[in-house]
Design a protein around this ligand. Structure first.
Ligand SMILES: *[C@@H]1O[C@H](CO)[C@@H](O)[C@H](O)[C@H]1NC(C)=O
Ligand SMILES: *[C@@H]1O[C@H](CO)[C@@H](O)[C@H](O)[C@H]1NC(C)=O
Ligand SMILES: *[C@@H]1O[C@H](CO)[C@@H](O)[C@H](O)[C@H]1NC(C)=O
Length: 436
């Protein structure tokens, strides 16, 4: 480890600016904790999911659990960061690429016989990351295509959506439930369509997004968590919540998935309605933040209530993506400013050096009694946000100069990303040291 030299570099960086930003976005602790988590895996078929709420120790789930893909994909993000920040940096302490490959291998065994359902989208992240590094890797190509086929098989033309949850034993077989989270899984369909030329997959994804726009989003830009359709007639039966405070409330992580999902759909299709929807959802989110700036698990839960740092981190990534595709410079400024302030606020109260996770105060599921924990996807989106900030030329990492508002390097680009960075990122550059 190079804790001394790197610590000194971090300190220098902190001193050179306001030092108001407490959680170091490129802290050496990030690499140390991610490596520690890898080395502590009980087996290569056990994946960190949430921590306990007092010691911050990981609890693990098997490969067909919906969050299994996040940690392997995080290892790939560390590899990206190593490329971004340079090999003299603390981030270079491990061969992240090989760790990512090794941690993702058990995910290759995931089939639709298990519990993963529509969440194959999340589970596929590591293989999409692998293809940014090695576009010729046939194992990863096959995995992406197979997972996309599994997701497409959940599409019902009468409803126009892919099914999120299978009917439970006590539900009628025509019960067809679609959750906002599913917006995150559509990118998989585009990736596979690019690999195979099967345009039908793109049509499925757009149909799903169109229906979600129509039925999940309220006129003011807030959102329902669950829309229940009739699988045969396609009629909307009910709008409700599963993880939120009430049927009429707005569950923060659902709103966050929506901001990210519609920004991503716009990036992938250039359809203006998706940009409008992403903006509407982002504005609603920002306008309803409490005065302390802490993202609650549900915007309508009576205060005081639990925070959800994972919702905050997904939102930061959604806002950065929205900023990346935004055509209006004033709105673009709002997305970037809010992504910075959410990052700042979250690390101020939830950066937990003594925990195995990077962040605390994540809320996985209040109805199931899971809150105030570390969460694997909260950490994943924390690391991803800083990588994106660097890629967009918004912040430097220690040991590396500020990126000149990079487009993704060619080795990082798959055809899924008709990227518009070059057009937009020079429009508004944030001062390099603003974060600190
Ligand atoms: C190809 O990808 C798979 C799955 O991600 C990985 O296990 C394997 O190590 C990769 N192989 C090579 C040669 O990169
Ligand atoms: C964050 O979690 C800690 C427990 O780990 C708790 O004491 C604290 O009140 C939480 N903060 C917020 C803002 O919810
Ligand atoms: C971070 O938050 C602190 C305290 O609220 C504030 O003083 C500081 O200006 C913020 N920094 C940035 C970069 O937003």
């Amino acid at each position: 480890m190079r804790a001394v030299s790197c610590g000194a570099a971090v300190l220098l960086l902190l001193q050179s600016a306001s030092a108001a930003f407490p959680g170091d976005l490129f802290s050496p602790l990030i690499a140390q904790k991610v490596l520690h988590t890898y080395q502590s895996l009980p087996s290569l078929n056990q994946y960190p999911h949430v921590t306990d709420s007092t010691q911050g120790k990981w609890k693990y789930m098997p490969s067909d659990w919906w969050t299994a893909g996040f940690f392997p994909a995080t290892l790939y993000l560390m590899n990206t960061r190593k490329t971004q920040c340079g090999a003299s940096n603390e981030q270079a302490m491990a061969d992240w690429l090989n760790l990512g490959r090794s941690a993702s291998s058990a995910l290759l065994g995931v089939t639709d016989a298990g519990d993963v359902g529509h969440d194959v989208g999340f589970v596929s992240f590591a293989f999409s990351e692998e293809l940014k590094v090695n576009p010729q890797n046939h194992t990863a190509i096959d995995a992406v295509n197979r997972f996309a086929t599994m997701l497409a098989a959940r599409f019902d033309p009468a409803v126009g959506c892919t099914r999120s949850w299978n009917p439970k034993p006590n539900q009628d077989s025509t019960t067809f439930e679609v959750i906002m989270d599913n917006m995150m899984n559509l990118e998989l369909l585009f990736h596979s369509a690019d690999l195979t030329g099967d345009n039908h997959l793109r049509e499925i994804a757009m149909s799903h997004a169109d229906k979600t726009m129509e039925n999940h989003i309220r006129p003011d830009g807030s959102s329902f968590h669950v829309v229940v359709y009739n699988a045969v007639t396609g009629a909307v039966i009910r709008k409700r919540t599963a993880q939120g405070y009430s049927d009429s409330s707005t569950w923060a992580r659902g709103q966050a998935w929506g901001i990210y999902g519609f920004s991503n759909m716009y990036r992938l299709t250039q359809k203006p309605a998706y940009l409008d929807t992403a903006r509407k959802m982002a504005n609603w989110f920002i306008d309803h933040l409490p005065s302390d700036g802490i993202v609650p698990w549900d915007f309508n839960a009576p205060v005081p209530t639990y925070a959800d740092t994972s919702a905050a981190m997904v939102t930061v990534n959604g806002l950065l993506m929205l900023a990346d595709v935004e055509t209006d410079p004033v709105q673009k400024g709002r997305w970037i400013d809010t992504s910075f302030s959410l990052m700042n606020k979250t690390t101020t109260f939830a950066w937990r050096p003594d925990w195995e996770s990077l962040l605390s105060n994540g809320t996985a599921n209040v109805p199931l009694g899971s809150f105030n924990t570390g969460i694997v996807y909260g950490d994943h989106y924390f690391i991803r946000a800083t990588n994106e900030m660097f890629r967009m030329g918004l912040t430097p990492c220690p040991g590396a100069p500020l990126a000149a508002a990079q487009t993704k390097p060619s080795s990082q680009t798959t055809n899924v990303q008709p990227n518009t960075n070059t057009k937009t990122s020079s429009a508004r550059r944030i001062q390099p040291f603003r974060l600190w």
